[in-house]
Design a binder for this molecule. Structure first.
Ligand SMILES: Nc1ncnc2c1ncn2[C@@H]1O[C@H](COP(=O)(O)OP(=O)(O)OP(=O)(O)O)[C@@H](O)[C@H]1O
Ligand SMILES: [Mg+2]
Length: 395
């Protein structure tokens, strides 16, 4: 972190060079190689430097074009946007064009140095040229209580057990319980993030994520149903775009049904995991859910079907399931009495009972999204934090 960072600054039209200078100068760890303006920046990128900073006033097509060119010009070199304001949607466009992070001015040079060092450090592990954008997996189930939250938490931990950096977003905005299922107290929630407002840069997101002992980070749902209306879909899209550049997988737990937030999430997702249960009402809704995805033009190959409580003896066979929903389940999770206990204790079964059939099913599900399957880990001691966090908090 003490190495000097060499910076190429390109200024979009109307960018305030003096403001940018005040954020980059008088800081020993930062050295500006040079400034180029929006008319004269193409060849400028040939120069050596550790990072390209694209400075702009806010939403600007020219700046988006500059980001795109700078990324393609040298895919291994990070590109950071510095802007004076971040109108809705701009941040998403910047990330989609390949920006590594967005810094809103004014900022102190020390803060900027810290953010740039983080961006460069993050890029060091990436050998493949180009941008790594994490998959976003939406966990859906049109009917309540089918096991969406169970799947979201256990899938995330199974991925973290493979050393993946995972972020869970609890999109059950009124009655989200990911925090409870993981034994986390809702010190900061999505409501606080919405109140903080854009831009949703990495630093701001990190401040609003709560870390579980497995390493999984969680954006906790608002703690009261009346706070749900503060969540803006446009902001949510920006948050997803930003999160996808700071971890290896984003898992989104959803409420039952196709709410506008859920539809927006499906639209940007890379995969959907549909969770159904072995009863005729749930299967009927699962079928409807799959049909809805089809109507939305969602590629069936990106949909995994998870059948929860698959061993329940309720007079429905696996063949019946395939007939009703018109496809066979990809992963079957057995009923397990340890699951409610694990939920109450805030320690997902994949962590506390890795040898159980349910834990194995969650690892099979994780295999669909992770490259290398691994041996089951050692069990973690059960904690009482889930129950404790419920007792100690007001909802
Ligand atoms: N395979 C299982 N074996 C035993 N209990 C289970 C199993 N799957 C789910 N449960 C229990 O069912 C309850 C509902 O599960 P979960 O909260 O994951 O469902 P959900 O789909 O997220 O519900 P909602 O729609 O209300 O958000 C949980 O308390 C969990 O303990
Ligand atoms: Mg749930």
């Amino acid at each position: 972190m003490t190495d000097t960072i060499h910076i190429l600054v390109t200024l979009a039209e109307h960018a305030d060079q003096r403001l940018v200078e005040s954020a980059l100068e008088n800081e020993p760890s930062l050295e500006v190689v040079g400034y180029a303006d929006y008319l004269d920046w193409s060849e400028f990128l040939e120069q050596p430097g550790d990072v390209v900073v694209v400075a702009c006033t806010g939403r600007d097509d020219n700046a988006v074009h500059m980001i795109d060119r700078a990324v393609k010009h040298r895919p291994g070199r990070p590109v950071v946007v510095m802007c004076e304001a971040s109108p809705n949607g701009f941040l998403r466009e910047a990330f989609e064009a390949g920006a590594d992070d967005v810094i809103t001015l004014p900022q102190s040079p020390e803060q900027v140095a810290f953010m740039l060092a983080k961006v460069i450090a993050r890029r060091k592990g990436i050998t493949v040229p180009g941008k790594a954008t994490a998959p976003l997996i939406a966990i859906l189930g049109p009917k309540g209580g089918t096991g969406k939250t169970l799947v979201a938490t256990n899938l995330s931990i199974a991925l973290a057990q493979r050393d993946a950096k995972v972020v869970i977003v609890d999109l059950d905005l009124q009655f989200g319980d990911i925090g409870l299922a993981l034994g986390l107290s809702p010190e900061r929630t999505m409501y606080d993030l919405m109140k903080a407002g854009p831009p949703f840069d990495h630093e701001k997101l990190e401040r609003h994520l709560i870390t579980h002992s497995s390493g999984v980070k969680v954006l906790i749902a608002p703690t009261r149903p009346d706070q749900a209306s503060a969540v803006s879909i446009d902001h949510l899209r920006d948050i997803y775009a930003s999160l996808r550049t700071m971890c290896d997988a984003v898992i989104v737990d959803t409420p039952p049904g196709f709410t506008p937030e859920v539809i927006a999430t499906i639209d940007v997702s890379s995969a959907v995991c549909m969770v159904g249960m072995l009863d005729s009402l749930s299967l009927k809704n699962t079928k409807l859910g799959l049909e809805t995805l089809d109507l939305m033009g969602y590629d069936a190959e990106r949909v995994s079907l998870v059948l929860n409580r698959a061993d329940s003896r309720v007079g429905i066979t696996a063949d019946d399931v395939s007939t009703i929903v018109d496809r066979s389940p990809d992963v079957c999770i057995p009923s397990d009495r340890e699951i409610p206990r694990a939920v109450n204790e805030g320690t997902p079964i994949v962590a506390v009972k890795p040898g159980s059939g349910a834990a194995k099913a969650f690892r099979d599900l994780a295999d669909r999204y992770a490259k290398a399957p691994v041996a089951p880990p050692e069990p973690l001691p059960a904690s009482k934090s889930g129950v404790r966090s419920l007792i100690g908090r007001k909802r």
